[in-house]
Design a protein around this ligand. Structure first.
Ligand code: SF4
Length: 233
């Protein structure tokens, strides 16, 4: 917690809206948000690997082709790596992602005796994050996606859109790093608001607070944003 306090002190002294106001305003603008889990936790884990450096659309196609060909993750874990790479080729970096997926699946089998991650829901949040982050290629964003999206735990996943929007709004300080931003934003709202906060910020980043040029004149947060009109400069 001290770490979080230090980071919070890096916030701008003036300007900026509170996380609660940002969330409330963006909810009114963009709801409804999805309410059902997209995948079970093992599927979400495999999906996070497939989605690295590609679009959601391509990762969904890669995921579907993988499951159409192998039928189960147990089969993927012991399957032919070249064939896995062919199935997921549409998502790019297949020669890296195929062995990574197998490595992670086999490690889960080794550590748990089965391919099931629902046990994480019974762990304290930080312990569950550490368990996942101990797997190769699983960083803070992937761990939070699995815990939040598939298990409903209050872990905040921060992607490039959320990081940019949070910095422009002053929700994180100018020196707050990407990894630290996960802790700061997670602590900025109530646990049950973490998922809508994630969806609200990502939607705003995609639609209005774009990189490199934000559409400040269309922004519902412009009245209190310390970075407003940066898109006109
Ligand atoms: S006012 Fe501009 S910089 Fe601030 S959140 Fe809105 S779009 Fe982004």
């Amino acid at each position: 917690m001290d770490k979080v306090q230090d980071i919070v002190s890096d916030r701008p002294e003036q300007g900026g809206l509170t996380a609660a106001v940002v969330l409330d305003t963006l909810r009114k603008e963009y709801e409804p948000f999805p309410s059902e889990p997209r995948y079970d936790p093992v599927s979400e884990l495999v999906f996070t690997i497939l989605s690295q450096h590609t679009s959601d659309r391509n990762s969904e196609r890669a995921f579907k082709q993988l499951m159409d060909n192998f039928g189960s993750f147990e089969e993927v874990a012991k399957g032919d790596t070249q064939l896995i790479a062919q199935c997921i080729a549409i998502g790019g970096l297949a020669s890296i992602k195929a062995p990574r997926i197998q490595q992670v699946l086999n490690l889960i089998m080794e550590r748990r005796g089965e391919l099931d991650l629902y046990f994480l829901k019974d762990m304290p949040l930080e312990e569950a994050k550490s368990w996942l982050r101990d797997l190769p290629g699983i960083g803070p964003k992937s761990a939070a996606i699995i815990l939040n999206f598939a298990l409903g735990m209050p872990a905040m996943a921060v992607d490039t859109h959320i990081y940019r929007v949070a910095k422009r709004l002053g929700l994180i300080g100018p020196k707050t790093g990407y990894e630290q931003a996960h802790d700061v934003l997670e602590n900025a709202v109530e646990p049950e608001q973490v998922f809508p906060f994630h969806v609200a910020l990502i939607t705003h980043g995609r639609k209005v607070c774009k990189a490199p040029k934000p559409l400040c004149q269309q922004c519902v947060l412009a009245y209190g944003c310390p970075s407003r009109d940066m898109g006109n400069k």
